[in-house]
Design a protein around this ligand. Structure first.
Ligand SMILES: NC(=O)c1ccc[n+]([C@@H]2O[C@H](COP(=O)([O-])OP(=O)(O)OC[C@H]3O[C@@H](n4cnc5c(N)ncnc54)[C@H](OP(=O)(O)O)[C@@H]3O)[C@@H](O)[C@H]2O)c1
Length: 286
């Protein structure tokens, strides 16, 4: 019997502005790619919202804009209750390109505003141009906050040197039991600045559920391996996890992971199987 029902509300964490956002949201990469029925995926997102996972992460890149369209349909009639995150592709991220990409995303999402707009990753366009674009979007109330993704500490430090760069709200990065490099430097760096990180691929795209140590811990708690993976990511403050699922059962399971309290023994077992970093590691990306 696996944990499926949750008695507690979804916890929240604070953005640098002080606004609270849920620590568990819904990813959308690989949705709208025809893997399942479109309506099934919309139902899965809506179920997540019903269960209090009121943060949706998408991107103009996902399914070439079709993931945003699907999200637009899923949030129709309930936009106010959703904290909506989407991303601009790096080759669009000039000042004008950022604004144009945002307008396209707004149309696909069928909304007037994006809560958090991220630079998906960094390429050649100078960061200052992207920040100017973000600032204009804030001034015209098309976005409420901006942030970055796949930025290592050196990128973040550079961003802070740019005019307006310190207004960054989050760094969305790969973080899960098998990808712990950021614990050495990026996590403490963000924590010192009261900036949450968003952990993407928190169950390593589903691969973590096969690991014997994770399976063993799950059995001890009558939980599932995915729940162990999520509970581990969410054990610390200042982390927002955005697992993706188009399956109703998995969405329920992921939501209930918030009720799973890993013990010191579990954490030690995980540390032995997946040691924390003892030196700087280059930022892992997917
Ligand atoms: N910023 C970036 O560069 C970046 C990169 C990667 C991802 N992301 C964001 O982060 C989100 C999450 O990452 P991800 O999609 O790469 O990986 P993930 O959330 O770690 O894993 C998703 C996979 O795990 C499966 N899954 C979900 N819940 C499960 C459960 N309870 N039990 C067993 N399998 C389960 C899903 O299949 P089912 O659909 O069948 O449940 C899907 O195949 C993305 O969707 C995207 O929004 C951002």
């Amino acid at each position: 019997m696996h944990r499926m029902k949750s008695a507690t509300a979804v916890r929240s964490t604070k953005l640098p502005s002080g606004e609270e956002v849920p620590v568990l949201g819904l990813g959308t990469w690989h949705l709208a790619e025809g893997r399942r029925g479109r309506q099934d995926e919309i139902k899965a997102l809506r179920l997540g919202l019903d269960l209090g996972m009121n943060l949706i992460d998408t991107a103009e890149m996902y399914a070439d804009g079709e993931a945003e369209e699907l999200v637009g349909e899923a949030i129709a009639g309930r936009r106010e209750s959703v904290f909506l995150v989407t991303k601009v592709l790096p080759h669009h991220a000039t000042r004008r390109g950022t604004i144009a990409a945002c307008e396209h995303s707004l149309k696909r999402l069928k909304t007037d505003w994006i809560d958090l707009y991220l630079l998906h990753w960094r390429e050649k366009i100078p960061l200052g141009e992207t920040v100017e674009g973000f600032q204009e979007l804030i001034d015209s109330e098309r976005i409420r906050y901006w942030g970055v993704s796949n930025f290592d500490v050196s990128d973040m430090a550079e961003l802070f040197e740019i005019e307006g760069g310190a207004s960054v709200t989050t760094d969305q990065v790969l973080y899960n039991i098998t990808r712990r490099g950021i614990e050495f430097d990026l996590m403490p760096w963000c924590r010192e600045r009261n900036m949450p990180i968003m952990a993407y691929s928190p169950i390593e795209q589903g691969r973590l559920v096969l690991h014997p140590v994770i399976r063993h811990i799950a059995e001890q708690h009558q939980a599932t391996p995915a729940q162990v993976a999520l509970a581990w990511v969410l054990r610390q403050d200042g982390v927002i996890a955005i697992p993706q699922s188009g399956t109703l059962e998995h969405v329920r399971e992921n939501r209930a992971a918030l009720d799973l309290q890993l013990t010191r023994r579990d954490l030690d077992m995980i540390d032995r199987a997946f040691p924390p970093p003892s030196s700087k590691q280059p930022l892992a990306v997917l």
